[in-house]
Structure formats: C-alpha cells, structure tokens
Design a protein around this ligand. Structure first.
Ligand code: TYD
Length: 134
C-alpha cells in the first residue's frame, strides 16, 4: 500500500475563559525527536515558500495563528491540506516535495524538525527530486 501523503497530527486543545492551550511532546505526539524549531511570520498572502524536499529531515507544521495551504508531492501523487487550527498539524516526511501558500497575513507557522539545519539535506530542484525518488 502506498503511504499516505497527508498525516494529520491532532494535539489537545484546552480552552477556557483565559484562552486556548495546546501542547506536544518529542517522540510522543510528534513522531520523532525534535532537534530544531523554527517559525514563520510576517508573510503576505501571495507569498509562497518551501518548494524543496529533504533527504532525511522530517517536519511537523502547525499554523498556531492564521492559516496556510500546504502542498505535498512524493513524485507520484500530490495532495494538499489547509491548516487553520492551532492544534492541527501535518507531518512532512523526508523525500516529500512540499510548498506553502494561500497565507493569511496574521500567519504564525511553527515547524518542528527532526534534524539540525543542514543545507546538504535539501533537494531544491524539482527535476533532481523526481530523479531521486523515481
Ligand atoms: P528555507 O528553508 O529555504 O525557507 P522556506 O522553505 O520556508 O522558503 O530557509 C530560508 C533561509 O533560512 C535559508 O537561507 C536557510 C535559512 N535557514 C536556517 O539557517 N536554518 C533553518 O533552520 C531554516 C529552516 C532556514
């Protein structure tokens, strides 16, 4: 069976009159040891990011504020998911070409990654990606 492209991760959402709280834990709700955290903000709605794959890095994305469309491509199949809830994330496996677009301008995207930053882990050319996975 082909692995699913979209693997949603749903975190607890504990809301009360003082706000909403969500949480995740390395190796538990996040299916890898978290070695790196980065976040993206101050986007314009026509901006697009990503357009790469990783040899090794796995990532989980959350839109902890605002929304974004996340697109996936494993070289054979394409899929996409709109992230618009602080407690719903999506796993981007290694060797999956991905991009982010349709940003809301209040977006704050939180990314949890399984590896330290290493430019040699990136595949930034789409044809190289197709050659690599096929
Ligand atoms: P990049 O991964 O290309 O961003 P996006 O896929 O969202 O368009 O990263 C943009 C720049 O930031 C690039 O010069 C690499 C640098 N960067 C780091 O130094 N460390 C990191 O952890 C990340 C994610 C990026």
């Amino acid at each position: 069976m082909t692995p699913k492209l979209i693997n949603k991760i749903e975190l607890p959402l504990i809301g009360n009159e003082n706000g909403d709280l969500s949480f995740c834990e390395s190796g538990k709700s996040i299916p890898f040891e978290i070695k790196r955290v980065f976040y993206i903000s101050n986007v314009r709605k026509d901006d697009k990011r990503g357009f790469h794959a990783h040899h090794k890095t796995k990532q989980v994305l959350f839109c902890i504020q605002g929304s974004a469309l996340i697109k996936f491509d494993d070289g054979k199949n394409k899929d996409e998911i709109l992230l618009d809830k602080q407690n719903i994330g999506v796993l981007i496996d290694s060797k999956v070409w991905h991009s982010m677009e349709n940003f809301s301008e209040d977006l704050i995207m939180l990314v949890l990654a399984s590896e330290y930053y290493d430019e040699s882990d990136y595949i930034r050319n789409y044809q190289d990606f197709l050659d690599f996975v096929n």
